[in-house]
Design a binder for this molecule. Structure first.
Ligand code: FEO
Ligand code: CA
Ligand code: CA
Ligand code: CA
Length: 561
C-alpha cells in the first residue's frame, strides 16, 4: 500500500500549515485543497534573487552569541520574565514551540505554545545549590513557589507585522500553565489515589494534534518530586528529588511523566495515561485514514525505549494499545496486561502497567536505546526518524538518528524495519542530535544537545564541535544528504523547539539555558540576549531570510542550494 500522503497532508492542512510550493511528489498528486494552499506570490525579481542564494556551512564557534549563516536573520520574540498579560510572565528554559494560526486565511496571526522545561534556581529563585553540602535543607517555600511558576508552558498570541513577529500584549488568549495548574487525568481509574494532578513540569518537547491542540511532554519528572522505585519483591521505595519540591508539596511522583494535552483556546489540560509514563521527550501524532491515531514517543533516559500508541477509536488518546519497540526483531510489543502473562505476574492491572511502563517494557524484551529524543515523520516517505542523543555507559558519545520504516508504510503496523539513518561524530560534523523538524519541502533540521558541562572542554569528546548548533540536511541539490551547520548557539545554550510558521517563512526556535554553567551571577558565562541587566535569558527567536524562503518554499528544482 502506498504511504498515504493525502492523509498526511490533510493533517498538515488541518494544523493550519499553508503549502506554498510543494515538493514535486506532493503537488503532482493533486492533493492540495485549494483552500489550504497559501501560495506566496513570489515575484520574478524575488525568484531571481533567491536563485543566487547559496547554503553556507558555518564553522564551529565558541562565541557567546547567536550566529546565523548567510541570508538568515533573527529577532528575539520572547524572553524569560517578559510580561504577557496583567498577571503573567514568560517562564524559564523554553523548549518545544508550536504555532497555530487563529484563522486559516491569515497565517501571520495565531497562538504560540512554548514549553518551560526546568529552572536554574541560581537565576529563578536566587538559590545557590553549590553553597551547601545538603542544599535541600536550606530551601524555602517562597523559592520553590517561584520555581513552580516558571515551569509548564506559555500560550501567547503572536502576529507578524511588516515582516516582524511580535507578541500581542494582554491578549485574552495569553496565559500560563504552571507547576500549580490543576490537570485531570484522561483515565477512568485514579492515579495514586487521584483523578487530577497539580501542575506540569519538565516540559521538554511535544507535538500537535490533528484537532489543533498542543501536546507537552513531561520528561525528567523525577527531579521535582522524586520517583517511586520497586525492588525485586515489588516493594516500593520513594527516591527523593534533586530540587526538593516534595518537602513543601508532597505530590505523588506518579502524577508526572505523562503526555499533557493543552487546548490553546481556553488553556484546559489533560494528562493522557494511555500513552504511558516515562521520560517523554516528545509525542508525534499521525492520523490514519479512519481517523484512528498513532502517537510515537521516546523515553529519554539511557537504555530506555521507543513507544507507540495506536488508538482503537477515532481521534482518541485513551482507547487503544501502547506498544514498545523491539528494534532487533522489528516488532511492536503490546504493553497489554490482559494479554501478557508476564505483566500479570508483576502488576495488578493495566493502570499499573502504564504507570510503570519502563519496567513493563523491560519484562517484555523491548530494545534498550541510547536516549531517544525527538521524533518526526518524514512527509515524503512516511518513515519515522528518532534522535538517539548519546549513551555514555555504552561508549556512544555522539549519538545517531534511527529510521523506522513501518511495514507496508502503515503506521499502525506491528512490524517494521529499524536502521541507522546517520551517525553523529566528526565525520558528519555534529554530535548529540536532539530536536528534529522537517520543513515544508522535506529538508530535515536538527539541533544538537551536547551538555554544557562537556562542551568546549579539552578533555571531553566534544571539543571539535564547539557550541551547540542548528543543522540542516538538504533533500535536494548538490548538498543533498550532507549535514550543514546553519546556526551556532550562545555559550552553554542549546537550540530547542524548531517549528516552522504556517506559511513556512519563519523558523521559531528556542534558545535554552544560555549561561547555564554560571557560578557567580554577577559574572555569568553568557550575557545573551544582551539585556541591560547582563543576565542571560532563555528566549524564543524568530528566524527569517532568503535562505529559509528558498529551502522551504520553492519547489525542488528551484530550491536546490
Ligand atoms: Fe529535555 Fe531530552 O531533552
Ligand atoms: Ca530535548
Ligand atoms: Ca520536532
Ligand atoms: Ca537533550
Amino acid at each position: 500500500m502506498q504511504y498515504d500522503r493525502r492523509k498526511f497532508m490533510s493533517f498538515l492542512g488541518k494544523a493550519g500549515v499553508g503549502i506554498i510550493f510543494l515538493p514535486q511528489f506532493l503537488s503532482s498528486c493533486g492533493i492540495v485543497n485549494a483552500s489550504n494552499s497559501k501560495r506566496t506570490e513570489v515575484s520574478k525579481e524575488t525568484l531571481e534573487r533567491l536563485k543566487k542564494v547559496t547554503l553556507k556551512n558555518l564553522s564551529p564557534s565558541n562565541e557567546d552569541d547567536l550566529i546565523l549563516t548567510d541570508n538568515l536573520e533573527y529577532s528575539v520574540l520572547l524572553k524569560w520574565g517578559d510580561r504577557i498579560s496583567g498577571v503573567d510572565t514568560f517562564g524559564f528554559n523554553n523548549d518545544f514551540t508550536c504555532f497555530i494560526p487563529l484563522e486559516n486565511n491569515n497565517l501571520k496571526d495565531g497562538l504560540l505554545w512554548v514549553n518551560h522545561e526546568y529552572v536554574n534556581p541560581l537565576f529563578v529563585s536566587q538559590f545557590d545549590f553549590s553553597k551547601y553540602e545538603t542544599p535541600l535543607d536550606y530551601r524555602t517555600i517562597e523559592q520553590v513557589d517561584k520555581e513552580m511558576y516558571n515551569v509548564g508552558g506559555t500560550i501567547v498570541r503572536v502576529r507578524e507585522e511588516k515582516g516582524k513577529w511580535r507578541i500581542v500584549q494582554d491578549d485574552p488568549y495569553n496565559r500560563r500553565i504552571t507547576g500549580k495548574t490543576p490537570i485531570k487525568f484522561n483515565w477512568d481509574f485514579p492515579i495514586a489515589g487521584k483523578y487530577a494532578a497539580i501542575g506540569t513540569h519538565s516540559n521538554c518537547s511535544g507535538g500537535i494534534t490533528p484537532w489543533n491542540t498542543f501536546l507537552t511532554c513531561e520528561e525528567n519528572y523525577q527531579d521535582q518530586y522524586g520517583e517511586t522505585e520497586y525492588d525485586e519483591n515489588n516493594t516500593a521505595r520513594r527516591v527523593p528529588s534533586s530540587y526538593g519540591w516534595e518537602r513543601f508539596y508532597d505530590y505523588p511522583p506518579e502524577h508526572y511523566g505523562w503526555v499533557v494535552e493543552i487546548d490553546p483556546k481556553d488553556g484546559t489540560a489533560q494528562k493522557h495515561v494511555a500513552l504511558g509514563r516515562f521520560s517523554h521527550e516528545c509525542c508525534t501524532l499521525i492520523e490514519l485514514e479512519d481517523e484512528r491515531i498513532v502517537a510515537y514517543s521516546g523515553d529519554d533516559k539511557s537504555n530506555e525505549h521507543l513507544y507507540k500508541f495506536v488508538s482503537s477509536e477515532p481521534r482518541s488518546l485513551k482507547e487503544g494499545t501502547l506498544y514498545v519497540a523491539d528494534i532487533i526483531n522489528g516488532k511492536w510489543i503490546a504493553l497489554d496486561w490482559e494479554k501478557q502473562v508476564a505483566l500479570k505476574e508483576r502488576f495488578k492491572d493495566q493502570t499499573e502497567v502504564l504507570i510503570r511502563a519502563r519496567e513493563a517494557a523491560k519484562i517484555l524484551g523491548a530494545t534498550e536505546l541510547n536516549r531517544p529524543e525527538d521524533i518526526e515523520i518524514d512527509p515524503v516517505t512516511g518513515n519515522v526518524f528518532v534522535s538517539l542523543t548519546n549513551n555514555f555507559g555504552k561508549g556512544d558519545y555522539h549519538g545517531s538518528i534511527l529510521k523506522i520504516e513501518e511495514f507496508n508504510e502503515m503506521h499502525d503496523s506491528l512490524t517494521f524495519k529499524g536502521s541507522t539513518y546517520i551517525v553523529g561524530g566528526e565525520e558528519n560534523g555534529f554530535s548529540c542530535p536532539d530536536n528534529l523538524a522537517f520543513d515544508h519541502s522535506g529538508n530535515l533540521w536538527i539541533t544538537s544537545d551536547m551538555s554544557g558541562s562537556a562542551m568546549n572542554k579539552e578533555e571531553k569528546p566534544y571539543m571539535a564541535f564547539k557550541n551547540n548548533s542548528l543543522f540542516v540536511i538538504p533533500r535536494y541539490g548538490k548538498d543533498a544528504g550532507k549535514v550543514i551547520r546553519v546556526a551556532s548557539a550562545p555559550r552553554d545554550a542549546e537550540f530547542t523547539g524548531p517549528w516552522f510558521s504556517s506559511d513556512g517563512e519563519t523558523l521559531f526556535l528556542s534558545v535554552q539555558h544560555p549561561g547555564e554553567q554560571t557560578i557567580d551571577i554577577q559574572n555569568p558565562t553568557s550575557k545573551w540576549p544582551f539585556d541591560m541587566d547582563g543576565i542571560p535569558k532563555p528566549s524564543v527567536v524568530a528566524i527569517k531570510g532568503d535562505l529559509l524562503l528558498k529551502m522551504n518554499l520553492l519547489n525542488k528544482i528551484e530550491m536546490s542550494v
